[in-house]
Each structure stands twice: as structure tokens, then as C-alpha cells.
Design a protein around this ligand. Sequence first.
Ligand code: ATP
Ligand code: MG
Length: 355
Amino acid sequence: MTAEGSLPRKTIGIFGGGQLARLMIPVAARYGALCHVFDADPHAPAFDLTPHQHRASFDDTAAIDRFAHACDVITCEFENIPITALQRAAQITPVIPDPNHFAMAQDRLHEKTMAQKAGLSVPLFASVTHKDEVKGFFNQHGPAILKRRCGGYDGKGQKRILTSADLQDESLSFLLEGPCLIEALVPFTHEISTIAARGVSETALLPIGDNHHHQGILRKTSVPSSLPDVVLDLARQQTFAVMNHLNYQGILTIEWFVTAQGSLLFNECAPRVHNSGHWSLEGSSLSQFDMAIRVLLGMPLPDPVFVSPRVEMLNLLGDAIQQRDVYERCPRAALYDYGKPIFRSGRKMGHVTFF
Ligand code: ATP
Ligand code: MG
């Protein structure tokens, strides 16, 4: 027996320093891995948790090269990182999920076309560039949502067209300055998301919860979902269908609409951990962050199971963070403050999980 030896330590690079990176770092540390974070914003929430900071813009190729050389594997916490940055880093160090999957998720048209090819149903949609096409779609199909194809998040870059008066709204012209998609408004009863991770040989799926949005922003996730097993099983099967179709590696979130008849419609996907999976830090044997990190480190990926019968995650948006002391008093509440220096309406400042 040798008394001494060196242990290799893996280094994970994260493009994007938002709250998702901030939540990922302590989990990586539990497995003995180091995290480097790349973000242009000096106040990026994840910088608080690592000394390995790459503060540079996503078009700074020298900085990307230094970052990639410092890491064993790279991932992203935000799907809108410029593809050129991911591709450049991928020439030096493996990027998981694959940059092509980020490219797909960055464009709502590619994303929906991919879902259709994988055999999924999607809301009725059309690619549009002109107001007349928006009007034609509304006249034919009724209430709809106009969405920028690229760059949107938290309901930004969208306009609901509920009446013909909305067609006159000046935000329409603004949105149409870039390529857009128009979708029929789905009369869903539930919104759910599936969060799955696939390594070299294993796939794991997080238990499913119900998501509650208001004005395009996730407010609350309640687990387990109130939907019947037949619908949840279908969501699981279809998530695997997407992963198979894409030959996917890494963590993947898919957002779904469920109608009163139990039909499942693909809304969008994200090649990363997701706000609707934060509950899993307290409520699941493996959190979504464990799942993502385990794939990056090549670790086994057992299926996560509930450790609490009922969990609820509440987002603290804007000035709601100022009431954090209310939650500090709850014994079965886990409070997360993302440490953002400025709050503004609708901004995700923290969350609390009741378990
Ligand atoms: P996020 O980043 O928060 O996931 P996003 O800005 O990428 O969101 P979407 O997921 O497309 O945008 O839309 C945000 C929310 O708006 C959805 O979760 C849903 O509540 C509502 N919504 C979007 N598209 C439709 C639709 N076709 N029919 C009905 N509601 C919709
Ligand atoms: Mg969404």
C-alpha cells in the first residue's frame, strides 16, 4: 500500500455567470471539481463563488482560448451564449451539450422544426417577417403570440395578439425588426417541464412538477405534478425521443403545454439546468445540478427520486427579495439570494423552496 499519491482534479468551465452557474458551483465542489466562470459582467452572481474568473466579452477570442485551456470540460448556464464562442472553445476542450444543440435552441424556428422531426406536437406556428403575415395568421387562427426567433427569455421579446386592436400596437413593428415566429395561443390547463440528463450510457430524468407562469415569467413550481401518470409518462417518452433524435449528451430541459384533453405540446427546450428544477436541491435524491455535473465529470447517473412528498419552489422576483426575512423564519424553507446588486421588476433575485 502506498501512503501518498496525487489525485487528479477535474476543472469545469461554465459560460455565463448567472444564478444557474452560482447554484451549480457548490454541487461541483462536492464532487471535488473546480469551476471556472466566463462572463462579461463583473457583477455576475457566480463570481462570488469562484476565484477562477474570466471577465471578458464572448467575442474575446484570446480570453476564450485561455478559458478553454484551463478547463477539462465546458458547459453553459445560459442558452444564448454566442455560438462562435462555444465553437471556438470546443476546438480546445469538449463542450457539453454540443454547440450544435445550443444553436438549435437559440432559434425558435429550428427548435420547433426539430421537435416536429422527433415526432412531437407543437403549437400551430408560422415564420413571419411582415405585419401583413401576422394579421393573416390572426385572422385565420385567432389569438396568437408573436415571438422573436432569437434572444428571448422570461417572456421578453414577445407580444400577445388577443384582439385586432393588438395588431396596431407599436411593439409589433419593433419585434418584426428581427425574424419572428407567430404561434397560436394554446388553451393549456397545465405547464410542465422535463429535465433529463444523458451521459455516455445512462439517462436520468427528474420527477416532474407543475409550473405556474404569470406574464411569461415562471413564478412557482409545485412537485409532484397534479397530472395523471399517462400524461407524465408520455412527457418522459417524448423527452427520450428528442434525446435520441439529437444523439444528445448533457442536461436538457423541455417545456410543455398540456391541454384539458391531455395532449402534450412542445413549447421550447434549453440545453441546460432550468429554474423549474431548483426544487430538486432539497426535494430530490439527485438535484438537476448533480445530474448536469455528473455528466460533465463522467460519473454514474442513477435516477433521482423524491426525498420529500411535496415541494414548492417560489421565485423571488424584483423587490420580493426585500421580504426574504419572512422565509428566513420558516424551518422547512430553503432561501436562495442570488446576490444581485440591483433589483428591478420581474428580475429573478432569488428563490425559496418549501419542503
Ligand atoms: P422562459 O425563458 O421563461 O422559459 P421564454 O421567454 O423563452 O420563457 P416562452 O417559454 O416561449 O418564452 O413563453 C413564456 C410563457 O408564455 C410560457 O411559459 C407560457 O406561459 C406563455 N406562452 C408562450 N407561448 C404560448 C402559447 N403558444 N400559448 C399560450 N401560452 C404561451
Ligand atoms: Mg419558456
